[in-house]
Design a protein around this ligand. Structure first.
Ligand code: ZN
Length: 202
């Protein structure tokens, strides 16, 4: 943005890369920050700085947590027997909201989408294989939604299981989920129902 002092222009430039913030609202946010008491802006700066240091990728599920393993993976009351595979962390949060599922998770970090250049190699497939190779998982529940990318990912995992882990049962959330939907946007009751009535992936 022309005419701004450089430190301000730099901040506006960075802020405007955030989702939902264009250059105008980024400038408004930056000017608001300038009005804050110094201690508060320093606190915000520290929070942003510490974010990377204090968050870990859980070695069990690939989720974000303050500890590794994360509280879900470390919880002995949760079954090792079922593994729910989701695309992103917010799907896990949506499923946890239902309070119904008592197994473990694995976060793929996306869905297979050749058009967008997302191949299986860029997802957490190796972590999935590692979890299955431990031999405790008896059922993999796919909670990937009903988009084309979800279908592509489901059939990839189905092939993987058939080839390498034929003893593992593969199910997916029941089709109460509207076509084209992402798990994180499905309402709690539908999600709960679709978990109860999950289907074999035949
Ligand atoms: Zn975890």
């Amino acid at each position: 943005m022309a005419g701004l002092p450089k430190p301000l222009a730099d901040l506006v430039g960075e802020l405007s890369k955030l989702p939902g913030l264009g250059p105008k609202s980024a400038l408004r946010a930056a000017l608001t920050l300038l009005k804050w008491p110094e201690e508060r802006t320093r606190g915000l700066g520290r929070s942003i700085h510490d974010l990377r240091d204090s968050l870990h990728i859980c070695s069990g599920c690939a989720g974000l947590a303050e500890s590794d393993p994360c509280p879900i993976c470390a919880d002995p009351r949760r079954s090792q027997e079922s593994l729910c595979v989701v695309s992103e962390w917010d799907s896990l949060l949506a499923l946890e909201e239902t309070g119904l599922y008592k197994g473990r998770y694995l976060i793929l970090g996306g869905l297979i989408s050749p058009l967008d250049g997302v191949e299986p190699g860029s997802l957490e497939i190796e972590r999935l294989q590692a979890r299955l190779s431990e031999g405790q998982v008896g059922e993999v529940i796919l909670a990937l939604g009903t988009t084309l990318e979800a279908e592509a990912t489901a059939s990839y995992i189905k092939n993987l299981l058939e080839r390498q882990y034929p003893g593992v049962r593969l199910t997916r959330l029941a089709q109460g989920i509207p076509l084209g939907a992402e798990v994180k946007y499905v309402d709690k009751e539908t999600l709960r129902q679709s978990m109860v009535h999950r289907q074999e992936l035949g």
